[in-house]
Each structure stands twice: as structure tokens, then as C-alpha cells.
Ligand binder design. Structure first.
Ligand SMILES: C[S@@+](CC[C@H](N)C(=O)[O-])C[C@H]1O[C@@H](n2cnc3c(N)ncnc32)[C@H](O)[C@@H]1O
Length: 239
């Protein structure tokens, strides 16, 4: 019996024009679209992004994921949502799971994919990559992140100041995602390393709420929201 294919589709950083042509083709070919929301509401920014691209009525199924760091609660949600997707695939339907940015870069899709594989090893899964938030952010500030023999690292702001400092010491450029929670501590590390003027904060890039903060010492009370990242390049100290 025919079983469906699951596509992990990256929908890009926010601007609906920044999804790939292949992503749009896949979305218009599947039987069901899955998207993630917090367990507190039904909102999905990824659904907003794709809505203008859908040429037919495709059922959109919002899967709830709790905003917690408690592993057991998260695992239960991944497992529960994976089972819903597996049922769709076993019914012979193709499905897409939407992800902001790229599906395999700090994404719920990664956990869902692992749960699906553990429960249903024959599942057919394909990935349609997306433009990451940091690719979009460098385009937005129109500055190169790396060139020639330079190297760069992508870190989570949740990793804490010591790890961040260690990473910055070893590479030429650093992208810090998820900066909102430990923003003050991250700023202290950057300041301590003399890199404030080599760092740029970008929030909500490619959307109508896009904001760029070039001078991190300005507006010390400013608190960035969830869709914010930092770009740091040592070479910018001399520009
Ligand atoms: C869970 S990660 C998702 C990354 C995403 N999968 C990607 O490929 O870009 C969420 C973090 O990505 C960053 N982010 C996502 N969209 C953004 C945007 N439009 N502008 C700035 N940062 C963004 C923020 O740092 C946010 O905390």
C-alpha cells in the first residue's frame, strides 16, 4: 500500500518572497500541511508566510508545542505530534511540516523527524532547505560575515556567557541566535572582549518590523524580542 512522504519545508526568515520555488511547489503538491504553534494559541508565523503561495485549499493542521525546557514535557509533545503525522503518512497522504528559516537549523522539525524515525523507521522524509535568519540578517545589514580564510560559528544565546566567550575567541565571526533570554549577559561578554562596535543586533529581519541596532551601547535598557540575533565580526572593529 502507498504511504505518504513527509517534507520538512523551510519557509525562510519572514518575507514570503524568501521561500524557495521548490518549497512552494512542494506545498502545493501535498495533501496536508503541518505547522507548529505554542500550546497557548494557534498562531504560526510560518503559515502566514506561505498563505499567499497556496493555489488550492490544503488542510493546515496546527500542532501544539509547549514553550518549556522540561525535557519530559517536550518529549511527550514530540511523540504525540509525530504520531499524528505518521497517521497521515500511513493513510497514503503526502504532508509538509513548515519551519521558519531552515528545517535543520535549530528547529522543532529536527525533534519531530527523530521521533517519527524512532516510531516508524520506514517513513519517507525529504527536506527542502530554507534561507536561515542569519543569512537574511547579513543581507539586511549588507555586510560580509566571512571572507577568504576566515571562519564563523553559529551559537545559541542560551548557552551562557562562558561558552560564548570561548567560541568568540576561536573564530573570526559569530552569529548568536536566541539572544533574547540572556541578552544582558551576552552584551557583557561582548563589551568585555572589546567587540561592541563590531556587533550588530538584527530583529524581525525581512518583515515590516525589521530593526537594526548598530551601537549596542546605545539604549542599554533595550530588550530584544524572540526574533532577534547578533552578528559579530572582529574585522568590523577596523571598518
Ligand atoms: C529556534 S531558532 C530558529 C532558526 C531558524 N530555523 C533558521 O534557520 O533561521 C529561533 C531564532 O532564530 C532567530 N530568528 C528567526 N527568525 C528571525 C528573524 N526574522 N530576524 C532575526 N532573528 C530571527 C532568532 O535568534 C530566534 O531566537
Amino acid at each position: 500500500m502507498h504511504t505518504g512522504t513527509l517534507y520538512g519545508v523551510g519557509v525562510g526568515p519572514g518575507d514570503p518572497d524568501l521561500i524557495t520555488i521548490k518549497g512552494v511547489k512542494v506545498l502545493n503538491s501535498v495533501d496536508v500541511i503541518f505547522a507548529a504553534s505554542s500550546s497557548k494559541n494557534n498562531y504560526s508565523q510560518a503559515v502566514n508566510i506561505i498563505s499567499t503561495h497556496l493555489k488550492k485549499d490544503i488542510p493546515i493542521n496546527i500542532l501544539k508545542f509547549p514553550m518549556t525546557r522540561e525535557r519530559k514535557i517536550l518529549e511527550n509533545a514530540w511523540h504525540h505530534n509525530a504520531k499524528q503525522i505518521i497517521k497521515t503518512l500511513k493513510d497514503g497522504k503526502d504532508a509538509a511540516f513548515l519551519t521558519l528559516g531552515d528545517p535543520l537549523t535549530y528547529s522543532t522539525f529536527g525533534y519531530i523527524m527523530k521521533s517519527i524515525k524512532s516510531l516508524y523507521s520506514e517513513a519517507v522524509i525529504k527536506i527542502i532547505p530554507g534561507i536561515t535568519a542569519f543569512n537574511a540578517a547579513t543581507a539586511c545589514i549588507k555586510r560580509e560575515l566571512v571572507e577568504a580564510e576566515e571562519s564563523f560559528a553559529v551559537v545559541s544565546g542560551a548557552c551562557g556567557p562562558e561558552k560564548l566567550k570561548n567560541v568568540i575567541e576561536h573564530v573570526d565571526s559569530v552569529v548568536v541566535l536566541k539572544v533574547y533570554r540572556k541578552y544582558r549577559e551576552i552584551l557583557s561578554v561582548i563589551d568585555e572582549m572589546g567587540l561592541s562596535s563590531a556587533s550588530v543586533l538584527v530583529s524581525n529581519c525581512t518583515t515590516d518590523r525589521e530593526m537594526i541596532v548598530n551601537d549596542l551601547n546605545e539604549g542599554v535598557d533595550f530588550q530584544p524580542g524572540y526574533f532577534s540575533l547578533l552578528l559579530i565580526r572582529k574585522k568590523w572593529l577596523n571598518e
